[in-house]
Design a protein around this ligand. Structure first.
Ligand code: DER
Length: 235
């Protein structure tokens, strides 16, 4: 099975949790894409009715429109029944790293407003410790004096050998701009960052920081697809 087939299997399993009449948080990324497509397909087949989708990015907004999912927003629906989204890393306590696709702020707002948050991953996303895989820990920051904020973020985790890099795109290295008009600094750690809650609090206390990609104690279910089949981990 290819990685994309595993993502699709996990996504389709998550959509089994969707019932007619639900208000859904629609995730962003290559795994969540399959869930959005599947919800649209079931609506088209009449197997699901009266679904309202709250997208977690402009990209998902467009995709959901294209597959016929009626859309709304958090102002109209401050509490949602269920969100389905991918993750970049999942630790044994179901804590997540998200945001390598750049949508972490809207994802965290939407998924934080849901009664249930079902995470869909292929097995490659499972880690022992968050931030330990040497991959990016995204932090959304305001563009104003971003170097100042990036340096303060890096200094917070000096002991963990942290390096912060402004996320850019294209060959001329333009800063990546999020749906909310902000920048992203990706933090790379050489060592384990230890207490995640303390790390989260320290990051959020910095003026200039908007949000970070650690989703702590938010997932209620994680669906993992592997060659051996599907594993469902509940909080
Ligand atoms: O960027 C994001 O937050 C995505 O949801 C990410 O966490 C998962 O993206 P993937 O399903 O394409 O790996």
């Amino acid at each position: 099975l290819t990685q994309d087939e595993l993502k699709k299997i996990a996504a389709y399993k998550a959509v089994e949790y969707v019932e007619s009449g639900m208000v859904l948080g629609l995730g962003t990324g290559s795994t969540a894409k399959h869930a959005v497509d599947r919800i649209g397909e079931l609506l088209h087949q009449g197997k699901l009715q009266n679904i309202v989708g709250i997208p977690t990015s402009k990209k998902t907004h467009e995709q959901a429109l294209s597959v016929g999912i009626p859309l709304s927003d958090l102002d109209s629906h401050p509490v949602l029944d269920l969100a389905i989204d991918g993750a970049d890393e999942v630790d044994p306590h179901l804590n997540l790293v998200k945001g390598r696709g750049g949508s972490l702020l809207r994802e965290k707002m939407v998924e934080g407003a849901c009664r249930k948050f079902v995470v869909i991953v292929d097995e490659s996303k499972l880690v022992k410790h968050l931030g330990g895989s040497g991959l990016a820990m995204p932090v959304e920051i305001v563009p104003f004096c971003w170097k100042f904020t990036a340096k303060r973020l890096q200094d917070l985790f000096e002991d963990a050998g942290c390096v912060g890099k402004l996320r850019t795109f294209g060959e001329n290295g333009e800063p990546f701009v999020t749906d909310n008009g902000n920048y992203i600094v990706d933090l790379y750690f050489k060592k384990d960052i230890g207490d995640l809650k303390a790390a989260s609090d320290a990051i959020l206390q910095l003026a200039g920081v908007v949000e970070h990609g650690m989703f702590l104690d938010m997932a209620t279910t994680v669906i993992v697809a592997s060659e051996l089949g599907i594993t469902v981990k509940n909080k």
